[in-house]
Write a protein of this length. Sequence first.
Length: 268
Amino acid sequence: MKKLAKNFLTALLVFALTASLVSAVSAASSDKAKEIIEKTVEKYSDMIKKDGKDMKSFAAKISIKGGGQVPMGQGGGMPLSVDAAIEIYVAKPHNMYLEISGNLGNAIVVVGGDEKVTATIMLTGTKQFATMDVPDNAIKEFQKEEETATVEPGRMEDFYKSVILSYEGTENVKAGKAHKIVIDPQDSAEKASITVYILDGKWDPVKFVIASEEANAIIEFDRMEVNAKIPASRFVPNTAGYAQISEKDLTTALMMQVMAAMMQQAQQ
């Protein structure tokens, strides 16, 4: 499940797919499903291209609901449910703002900068924040994606060769009429599937249903706006009233925040 989910979400979130990859999908996959995926690829690949001009920014509000088991020690586990909302703003070239709220705690993540890209994580509940440099190799990798997105999709080929796409008609979701595509692994030993709903005519992926033996989740876009007008101030973190902590202390604070939520859920 982890392998399938990681690969698929990576494909959509970094918008690194290209139409040339569609031919690499297994022959068992639906031609209709491949056609719809290709239209989505054509639209969103522009976001990562250095010279892409059709898509420069987007804003969205996402809801995430699901649950599963978190491994605890040898063979043990603790149930964890997630009910969260994420407000997201992204603008070229390296700007991102995430505001996360829900039963696991609240946080704001701001990524931005010109010569030096930094990420600031703010824990709104405890009024703490940490700022870290985005590693140069991560920026270089992104720049490589910008330059080669149209000719060297490379790393996504394995994903396309490892799945079966099934087209299951259309359904009405919050955003409107959407095509339903089920993504199953070629390896029958991997007990998992991802269902994606792609908005008809607009080709936006607006809902994901992830299911496996270990966990399940529904990720739905309650709002999405392409080429949204986002003020530059959105990508400047406002840490007034917050105490700065180290990256190590931030990790500890995040873990304690999640553990507290898990303990509370276990008592209910």
